[in-house]
Design a binder for this molecule. Sequence first.
Ligand SMILES: [Zn+2]
Ligand SMILES: [Zn+2]
Length: 337
Amino acid sequence: MKALVLEAQGRLAQKECSVRQPDPDELLVKTEAATICTSDLNDIKHNSFGIRFPMIMGHEGAGVVVAVGKNVTGFNIGDRIAAHPVMPCGTCSNCLRGLPHLCGNMKHLGINLEGVFAEYFCIRADRARKIPNTMDYDVASLMEPVSVCIEALERANVKKDGTVLIIGDGPFGIIMTRLLRVYNPGRVILTGRHSFRLAMAGNAETIHERETADVSEKVYQLTNGEGVDSAVLCVGTGQAVNTAITCLKARGTLSVFSAVMPMPAIDLFRVHVKELNLCGSCNDENYLDRALELLDKRELGLKDMITHRIPFDNWEKAFELAEKGKDEALKVTLTFT
Ligand SMILES: [Zn+2]
Ligand SMILES: [Zn+2]
């Protein structure tokens, strides 16, 4: 099969690889759609998770089952499925206390398991979900990004009629503004630096950072001087952390979804006097079914998150768009025929 292999830091190449037969608890899937994630771009560039080369990349995938491991029940050849890339061990202390997404022995497609940027991939059956007949594979490949966005919003303690600030107009920030419709908040504000992406925010009010002298002041203007109840950090800068801390109301919550590098100086005095809650959100607490349900809600328009569908053989163009096309692309999906 053809596959995209990370051969060294910064070097992704199309290679011919053998198709692995599924383990007893796995499915072998013929890939139909595989979507590029911001974290793939980071992994290729920085290899922060210590990927051992060579590794087939990619973790947002969907396809059709072509072989079923001998211990698997509930799946058959021909089933259309979406894959979730995180494999918790089920036996470590985090798994046992109900936090499998923070498993200490986690396996992850595209990091320490062969990923979905290939004509075939294997997935543990408990991490796959059958998708509705009416759902396209490209949409289904968004099951995991939507799951992690749900986690970020849940951790941000989003409340009905509350005010929510999403900082960052990357794919995750935009998906969150769309998902927020089901939480019925009073007001959603998205800040970012790209007109094209800000325009995809659905019903959210937007602040263009390049055209705004003081983002926090603008947030206070939009909220009649009150600030916001919840904030989600979808960009990894210290400045964004402090914008959130400035804009939160007393007892507000900041959900740190992005990895912030380098370590920022944080205004903990404000955290103290406003009794803010700072929390992280990473992976997701098993929101696979919920994510598919929301992907199937046409009114959220999550299908529109995919701006480009590009044949697998043109992968170089796809990666360039995902990396540099901030004024024309959001999610870029590789398609297979
Ligand atoms: Zn991802
Ligand atoms: Zn575990």
